[in-house]
Design a protein around this ligand. Structure first.
Ligand code: KG4
Ligand code: ZN
Length: 341
């Protein structure tokens, strides 16, 4: 007989370059440990083979820490939830194999989780006075690996309305930052310098993409050509104009996102708007979203930063919701690099 009052989920996330383990007690987070792999900084981007090896080194200590921080014995764990995909296959394999072995060893159920669903369902991790969005709502997931607008009818009834055709929005930030000579990942640096700059200083063209899809690769190219041209005239151009360049890039990206979000809201008539993913940390997008409450009558939802970037607590909340439904996986389940919501 399942005790539905006291469900403890041990969750594992290893889809990209963060090794994470979390323990949930029902919909509350008891611990959420994230080991971010610093090794990729030197390469200016994630190196899949190195990510996979680092996951192998990190996974045992990270799981131990998550259990210790939650202060529970592993015998209390009701089920193991893990990220099945989408992500880098070599990275996913580490978490998947570990989760399977643990569920076999402890003789408890295994629950597979779609990483993109988890970014959205992170809004349902219980926080003191924080309200979760009501169904149906629109979710904009923006990170280094994803850019999607999703119609969320229910916990496990989601439909992708639009997504990027090329680079993810986080990549647009990071690649622009690289052109400017900023460290990787450059998104937070662009955000920092943008705060002191004029967003109208250098107008960059917005891509013409039909429907609710996005494209960011053209923007990156136009920034590159612009910077090359100006640097030929003035070798100190970047240094002298860094704040204005960053503010202009950031405002172009935010306008692209907000235009599509507004279009999605008009098309569906939905004014419950949630965002998630690492780029939700950007102060410009947060401000634009807050402004839209008065401007368009939206209710907006931004998760705590800890639940925006890749983390296992978001895998844990999905594990909890699936546990309640009795939606378990068998041990033959395989990782999936491409895994649609
Ligand atoms: O969700 P996340 O931690 O990992 C992925 O799944 O990709 O997102 C990381 C991305 C990076 O591209 C990083 O530059 C971007 O989020 N990011 C930001 C900010 N903080 C993180 N982009 C713009 N402004 C920020 N403040
Ligand atoms: Zn992610």
């Amino acid at each position: 007989m399942i005790d539905k009052q006291n469900i403890y989920i041990l969750a594992i996330e290893s889809s990209c370059d963060d090794t994470s383990a979390a323990v949930m007690h029902n919909d509350k987070m008891l611990s959420n440990v994230v080991a971010t792999q610093k090794i990729h900084e030197a390469y200016g981007g994630v190196v899949p083979e190195l990510a996979s090896r680092a996951h192998q080194q990190n996974i045992v200590p990270v799981v131990h820490q998550a259990l210790a921080k939650a202060n529970i014995d592993k015998k209390l764990v009701s089920a193991i939830a893990f990220t099945r995909g989408p992500g880098l296959l070599g990275s996913l394999l580490v978490g998947t194999s570990f989760a399977k072995s643990l569920s076999l060893g402890l003789n408890i159920p295994l629950i597979e989780v779609n990483h993109m669903q988890a970014h959205i369902l992170a809004h349902f991790i219980k926080e003191n006075d924080k309200k979760a969005p009501s169904f149906p709502f629109l979710a904009l997931t923006i990170s280094g690996g994803h850019t999607q607008i999703v119609l969320v009818n229910d916990f496990f009834d989601m439909e992708i309305l639009g997504e990027t055709l090329d680079d993810a929005v986080g990549e647009a930030f990071d690649k622009s930052a690289k052109i400017l000579g900023l460290p990787y990942p450059g998104g937070p640096f662009v955000d920092k310098y943008a705060a002191k700059g004029n967003p109208a200083a250098f107008p960059f063209p917005k891509p013409k993409v039909s429907g609710l899809n996005f494209s960011f690769s053209g923007l990156k190219t136009s920034i590159l050509y612009f910077v090359q041209k100006e640097t030929r005239k003035n070798p100190n151009f970047i240094k002298q104009n860094l704040n204005d360049i960053c503010a202009s890039i950031q405002s172009t990206i935010i306008n692209i996102l907000m235009d599509k979000l507004k279009k999605a809201s008009e098309q569906t008539g939905i004014k419950e708007i949630a965002i998630g993913g690492g780029v939700s940390a950007n102060s410009g997008i947060r401000e634009a979203l807050k402004d839209s409450e008065a401007k368009y009558g939206w209710n907006t939802y931004i998760p705590k930063f800890e639940y925006c970037t890749d983390n296992a607590a978001m895998i844990g909340i999905v594990g909890y919701l699936k546990y309640i439904d009795g939606d378990f996986s068998d041990e033959r389940i395989a990782a999936k690099a491409r895994y649609v919501i």
